[in-house]
Design a protein around this ligand. Sequence first.
Ligand SMILES: Cc1ncc(COP(=O)(O)O)c(C=O)c1O
Length: 194
Amino acid sequence: MKTIAEIRNDFPILSAKVRGKELVYLDNGATVQKPSVVIEAINTYYTEYNSNIHRGVHHFSQVATTAYEEARGKLQDFINAPKLEEVIFTKGTTDSINLVASCFGRNSLNKGDEVIISAMEHHSNIVPWQMICDERDAVLKVIPINNKGELLMEEYEKMLSDKTKLVAIIHISNTLGTINPVKEKLIWPIKREL
Ligand SMILES: Cc1ncc(COP(=O)(O)O)c(C=O)c1O
């Protein structure tokens, strides 16, 4: 197990001083800092084999495709995904949520179905659901929060019904610091219904 100091050492940017103080960076939901291995891998890619993946037949394209697919496999192991195809690279969170909202929504949301989000979501987890609910005549419900920035779980439980088709909420809020009880209280009641 690495110490905090060793982990910090992996991230060159964390050696910067900000207003004379050691940097503590918490805005990972917006842009995550990169450790040296990632910076080096990006540098190697651009200096040694930058090219189009999956389409070119030339040498660089083959090398890039292999590296890209190896990264997918490593990620699959890291997040314990049952299938390799479940790991999909996108440009960021908004892009990912739009992809899920449009694929899932167009296949599975029908008139009167419900999607639940919460009052502590970033815009990128609000607008895609508003748009797809509008398009499919579905209803978007919002779990309210109290003045401590916590979800009102009793309100959430009242919202759940067989019309609920999807619950999309942040696990740990990067603005409030709230850790939502995703495993204990948000997934379990739905599994019980199935
Ligand atoms: C909590 C949270 N979710 C989503 C986003 C949007 O991320 P992206 O720029 O990857 O679309 C941000 C960006 O600030 C964010 O802070």
